[in-house]
Design a binder for this molecule. Sequence first.
Ligand code: SF4
Ligand code: SF4
Length: 417
Amino acid sequence: MNKPVQIKRDENIDYNIQKYIKPEYVYIPLENKNGVVYKHLVKEGDYIYKGQVVAVNEGINFPIHSSVSGYATMGNNKIIDDGKKVKCIVIKNDFKEKYQKSKLSVKEKYTKQDFIDALRENGITGLGGSDFPTFLKYNIDKPKCLIVNAVECEPFVSCDKVVIHNYSDCILEAIDMIMEIMGIPRAIIGLKENNLDSINSFKKYLGTYPKIKLGFVKDAYPNGWERNLVRELLDIEYDKYPTEQGIIVSNVSTIYAIYEMFKYNRPLTERIITITGTGIKNRRNVKVKIGATISEIIANLDGYNNLKNPIFIAGGPMMGNSLPVDDVIITKDLNAVLVIEDDFEKNLPCIKCGKCIEVCPAGIYPVFIMNNGNNIDKLKELKPGKCIECGLCSFICPSKIEVREFVRMAKVKVSDR
Ligand code: SF4
Ligand code: SF4
């Protein structure tokens, strides 16, 4: 088994949450980073309520909602967090935050089916970066354990820690409600063993919830990866998904979104993201509307420091994507934006040290995949599809080669056949 890697961290966290929830426009993308396409349900000139369904993934009847009220225009293309330019519905905010009347009643009691329907209808997805519809995870028989992933192992990213610091009581209440509704006998909140702030935030309220325990992993990357977490906490392996073993894994910010759903019965239209890096004047965690642009949010945070060659990284430094510009929209899966100086040495030749193979948690051979990019038969044998895009191969490479990008390209080539 490959060993997780120790990575230097920036752990100076400001736990106050700044709000920037008044963007002038929001952009609702009609495609996500996983290639899922949404059908738009509104047309230019329509008045849109906050929380109104504006597009749908028809395959699974999964809706996307507007995060503001205002008037719709169509056809603008914007960049999403994987660098793709996609068509968006654009809504000009009228700053009235008008909800449809049907969205103003709160449900007192949920059956399991009500809960699954509510997760779908309110558009709850994995906020840890997966963008996976949460209702699909919870739609299983006799779940044995709920693991709440609060490991947040990427350096610089602190939005989960900030959510825990401010809302640990709400998170515990939501876990308890989910266990009751779903009949789950036990829950474990997975944390890094040295994350004392989060541990203490939970310990303050944990006494009321005897079926919820804390579980600890070492502070190393990628210990927040679902497979590592399940192995470390329960000593269980699975093939594709933990649900095969009756285990549901949800990110801690997703659990907080479920808490808000229980409390307000309203769709997920806002999230907290980390905005940080040497290029940012005022580094912090910000509550933002889904569909707002990063450029507008950063301008509202006092703007940029002067850097020679700034790069924008959507997501953390390990798994994120570097982007040439800041005109990128906030999607539910975007947990961080990092702005740093692009002073990396690049394009040195591979010295065949094998370090990328040593660290790869998926147990594949990144350097071989890179060197066989045009040999489809060989690529199929090397299984690039198992890559979880953790970025460790690029991080560890002494020649500073972006090995992960070669593996990603290979993944696409093989999946196309
Ligand atoms: S990015 Fe993919 S290939 Fe590279 S170390 Fe992570 S899992 Fe392995
Ligand atoms: S870590 Fe970099 S230099 Fe070493 S084998 Fe992999 S690609 Fe080559």
